[in-house]
Design a protein around this ligand. Structure first.
Ligand code: SF4
Ligand code: SF4
Length: 101
C-alpha cells in the first residue's frame, strides 16, 4: 500500500473515475445513469473517464447528498483510496480499469 496520505481536498477525485455500479435504493438523476456492457446500471462517465456527476471546476461530487451507496462506502485514505491514488500518479493521470460494487 502507498505511504502517501490521501485527502479529498487535495485529490483530482480519482475514485470518481472508477466504474460505479448502482445498487437498489440508489436515487441518482436519470441523466447520469448508463447501462454497461454487462447490462448493469452504472454512473455514466465522460470521455476522460470521470463520472458525469463530477463537478469539473471543484473536482468533487455535484450530487453529494444523493450519491450512490458505493460512493458513500468508499473510505478516504483507506487502502483502496491509497492504491488508486498511487496508480493515478504513476500512470500520469490516465486509465484506471477498476470497478466499485
Ligand atoms: S476518497 Fe480518495 S481517491 Fe476519492 S477523492 Fe478522496 S482522496 Fe481522492
Ligand atoms: S456519484 Fe459523485 S462520488 Fe460517486 S463517482 Fe460520481 S462524482 Fe464521484
Amino acid at each position: 500500500m502507498s505511504d502517501i496520505r490521501c485527502d479529498c481536498t487535495r485529490c483530482d477525485a480519482v475514485c470518481c473515475r472508477l466504474t460505479v455500479v448502482l445498487q437498489a435504493g440508489d436515487d441518482v438523476p436519470a441523466r447520469f445513469v448508463a447501462i454497461n456492457e454487462a447490462g448493469m446500471e452504472v454512473m455514466a462517465r465522460d470521455e476522460e473517464g470521470w463520472c458525469v456527476a463530477t463537478d469539473p471546476a471543484r473536482m468533487c461530487c455535484s450530487i453529494y447528498e444523493s450519491r450512490p451507496d458505493v460512493c458513500r462506502r468508499f473510505a478516504m485514505d483507506g487502502p483502496y483510496c491509497r492504491e488508486i491514488h498511487a496508480d493515478y500518479l504513476a500512470r500520469g493521470s490516465r486509465g484506471i480499469p477498476l470497478v466499485m460494487y
